[in-house]
Every structure is written in structure tokens, then in C-alpha cells.
Design a protein around this ligand. Sequence first.
Ligand code: KG4
Ligand code: ZN
Length: 330
Amino acid sequence: MLVLGIDTSCDETAAAVLSDGRCILSNVVASQVVHARFGGVVPEYASRAHMTMIVPVVEQALEQAGVAFSDLDGVAVTNRPGLVGCLLIGVSYAKALAYDLDIPIVGVDHIEGHVFAVRLARPDVRLPAVCLVASGGHTELMLVEDWGRYETLGRTRDDAAGEAFDKVGKLLGLEYPAGPAIETLARGGDPTAFDFPRAMMERGNLDFSFSGLKTAVRYQLDDIGRVPEGAELSDFLASFQQAVVDALVAKTVRAAEAASVTTIAVGGGVAANAHLAKHLTEEASRCGFETIVPPGKLCTDNGAVIAAVGDSLFSRGVRDGLDLSARASR
Ligand code: KG4
Ligand code: ZN
């Protein structure tokens, strides 16, 4: 089955063609640069950019896959959660396409898409597994009992992990999204140079909180009295990054222990962070767990993971009608 996957939930216009649920024939992502100087996504600009990009991005995805519109067997589109104005562009386009080609359409949960990065990376993964989804909008620990069957074990009470990276980047004058830049600048820095809090670490707690960390960063910057540079900036960001990574790793391993699974997996943009991958893999292996970290391109927003969820839904007979709508929440 050839499925076109579309994601326009935030600031990336993404389309991919997936064959038989696992073979990625193309995976095109157009990142919007318009938000860089605002320190976060401006919803109205994002919707307008999706409108301009959706047609060329889908055309490119088909061209790279070497298939024609008439070859498609189904279209999967993120319809929740996300910025409604942005989601509507993808959903409207997908509905028009499904109607025109007379093929089935299915709406996909963006967070489930992040989980399916794991299945694309490792089709033979043994379930149940605990999956950490850490992105710009969500930070959640999920028990993946089966594909399509999940239980939430913990989630952030305030900011998402990616949001913490982006907000700290903004405080330091870095462009949005700041996660990748912080990872690069932190390289070689001393992660113990600055003392940042790890919140909600008491036993049994599987939730996260990152807003206190962001405030601690602001206070430390006030104390320093200027934006750090050079080695001091590396130390500062390495210390901040370590605080996020420590919380994510500790809770994820704790969740895997509580759920008695043998496999830990990650998805979402923050999972593209190599420092997180290294620490999680080391700690998980020390505690006897296997870790799956999908390639960065499957962790950040993309159409392939949406197509993968769509393929799985189609194979279970799930379809939506042309009344499919977009939702801000799950
Ligand atoms: O999953 P994603 O592409 O979009 C959302 O669903 O939000 O995640 C984007 C988030 C942004 O907050 C970005 O700063 C963060 O993931 N991110 C990273 C890295 N790459 C992306 N954070 C830390 N290190 C990275 N290498
Ligand atoms: Zn995402």
C-alpha cells in the first residue's frame, strides 16, 4: 500500500510517501524560517507559509518517490493536536486530494506519529515498550502496549522539554528553534559549571516540570549581568542541557522499571539531541534496558511517521470521512 503522509501541525510543512508501512520512498520537510527572530512560532505566519508550501512539498515528495498521484492508495494527515490554522491547511489539502483521487483518508494524532518513528526505525521492536515523546509542544511518557494502544505514564506539568530549549535560547538571543544550536554550543562545555534544578525528582513521580529551570536560567543570567560568551556560554548551556537530560533520563528509566518493560524508545524533536541519546542509552543499558533512538530526521516533525500511523490505521480498517476536521487538542 502506498500512503502519502502530510503534517502541517506547527512550523514544518511535511509530506512523505511510504510503501507497505515501512519503506520510506521520500520524506520532504520545509522548515519555516519566518519565526526565527520571534523566538517562537507566530501562528498566523505559520498558516500562511503552509498555504504557500503545501502544493510544492507534496509534489516534491511524489517526484522523489518516483510515483504519480494516481499510484497513491491512501492519504494520512495530522489533524490533532497543533495550531488549528496550520492543521487546517494540511487537512483541507488532504481532503481535496482524497476526494479527487477517490482514495481513503485518515486523520492522525501527531504524538502517535512521534511514537511511530520507533516502528520505522525498528520494525521488529518488541512491545510493550516505554516511549518518551519530547518535542516543542509535548513531553510525555507513554506505555506502548501495542501499535494504537497507549497509556500515558507521565507528562509535563508546564513547559515541554523543547519549549525549555527554545525559551532559554531566546533569553540568550539565539534564533528559534534553539534546541539544535544549544546542543552545538554546549559541546565541550562543563555540565557541572552552573547549578540548575532538576524538578519533581521524588520517588514514584513520572511527571516533568521545566518552567522552574527556565526561571533559574533567567536568575543566573541576571547574576552574571551579561550574556555569556565563548567557553562560559558553552559551560552555561552544557549545564542547562544536562539538567533537562537528567530529568528526562531519570523519569524514562523509572517509568520502564515501573511498567516492567525491557525496551525504552524516544521520539519528538528533542530526541534528535545526541547528548540525550548518549545518556539515555548508557543509563538504560546500566539498568538492563534496550534503547531505541530513531534517526534525527524521524524524530523531528516529518510526513513519514504520519504515513506510518496512517498505514497502520488503514490496515485495521480505520478511515475518516470528508468531514474530518482539525483539533487543537488530542
Ligand atoms: O517534534 P518537533 O520537530 O516539533 C514539535 O512537535 O514541537 O520538535 C521541535 C522541538 C523544538 O523545541 C526544538 O528546539 C527541539 O525540538 N529540538 C531539539 C533538538 N532538535 C530539535 N532540542 C534539543 N536538541 C536538539 N538537537
Ligand atoms: Zn512534533
